[in-house]
Design a protein. Structure first.
Length: 369
């Protein structure tokens, strides 16, 4: 009952529409996460913590997408068309770089180096996979937007490497960082813009600038939508992102804004709200994570969508790459795509006038009103 009340209340404020709009935001594309099954098995023998079941679905399934992953995803999406003749489209919230482990080691952990994610793809033997990214863009099935330069808190990670923290070093040897790490202020390595010290903000500004420049070099267009990894994000960085072309920010409705040394401020946001840099906030109100255990994700997401539409809101679905990857364990992809097929079928059955959009298209629509 309480959850239902909260869900209804959270959809009250902000921009409204009578149109039945569905956006699918899928995070984490481009990041390494778990390099291989072999690496995960080594983690287990070294007693490196892989976390609770929610975290372990990432270490079990999540890795760089290959051609088979994209082919299966595109085949699923092209089965459906909305009232405007458009297919469902993934707003592919993606990073543009990964650590260059060899160069970091050669520098004795005194300096950080990164490589573009398409270079990472080639190094992993996925020579034709980037063409699948480009095909998805061309067909408006898979449209990358900005998740950060890396899905990694570089400064926290590098300090732990210089201190030779045991689990961090073991993971580094395996070209990985996505385990359940421990540090003084409980900053997850995955949370790229969490703050250990206030002085780290200047480095984070450079990460945003360089990341957005690299995004344009790789994809041939500027990103205009930004989803900070894992949520924590100091709002001083919004101005930097705005100056580099970001018009739309994703945030939790209750945002954790890090202040350094484990201190977090809470800020309230709603769809269509604007910040001091005139960026528009896009908030998520539906969730679809079929690789996560213990829940009927199709029914749950349908309930979320129904609630959103009841209050005149677009359905902004939060999902993650992990659901659609089969390279490590194939049934993860096949089962999740079967669930996605069921979800899209039910959406079109219940709302025949549904419209599929990207996050940026929604932002443009709100700005025109």
């Amino acid at each position: 009952m309480l959850k239902s009340i909260i869900k209804n209340l959270s959809n009250l404020p902000g921009w409204r529409t009578d149109r039945k709009i569905v956006i699918i935001e899928s995070d984490d594309w481009g990041s390494i996460r778990m390099p291989s099954n072999f690496v995960r098995e080594i983690f287990e023998t070294k007693n490196v913590s892989l976390g609770d079941p929610e975290r372990q679905r990432y270490t079990n399934y999540d890795t760089l997408a290959d051609e088979a992953d994209f082919e299966a995803l595109y085949e699923t999406l092209t089965q459906f068309k909305d009232i405007n003749g458009k297919h469902p489209v993934f707003t592919a919230v993606s990073v543009v770089a990964n650590p260059d482990f060899d160069k970091i080691k050669e520098a004795n952990f005194e300096k950080y180096f990164y490589e573009p994610f398409n270079t990472t793809l080639e190094r992993y033997g996925h020579k034709n996979t980037f063409k699948m990214w480009q095909e998805g863009i061309a067909q408006n099935l898979f449209v990358p937007q900005f998740h950060g330069r890396e899905h990694l808190n570089v400064q926290v990670w590098m300090r732990q490497l210089r201190d030779k923290e045991e689990s961090t070093m073991e993971a580094f040897k395996l070209n990985c960082w996505g385990f359940e790490n421990k540090n003084k202020f409980n900053i997850d390595y995955q949370a790229a813009f969490d703050l250990e010290f206030v002085s780290d903000i200047e480095y984070q500004k450079s990460v945003i600038k360089e990341g957005l420049q690299l995004f344009e070099q790789i994809h041939g267009y500027k990103a205009d939508f930004f989803v900070p990894p894992n949520g924590p994000f100091n709002n001083e960085l919004e101005k930097t992102a705005a100056e580099a072309g970001i018009k739309y920010m994703s945030t939790s409705k209750i945002q954790s804004e890090p202040q350094g040394q484990g201190i977090q401020k809470k800020r309230i946001h709603y769809l269509g709200q604007k910040n001091a840099s005139r960026q528009l906030y896009i908030t998520r109100n539906c969730f679809f994570e079929p690789s996560a255990p213990g829940k009927d994700w199709v029914s749950s997401c349908m309930n979320d969508i129904e609630n959103a539409f009841k209050w005149g809101k677009p359905a902004v679905i939060s999902s993650h790459r992990v659901n659609f990857i089969g390279r490590l364990i194939e049934h993860n992809r096949t089962e999740s795509l079967a669930a996605l097929t069921t979800l899209l079928t039910q959406i079109q059955t219940q709302w025949p006038n549904v419209e599929f959009m990207t996050s940026s298209q929604l932002g443009d629509l709100i700005n025109r009103k």
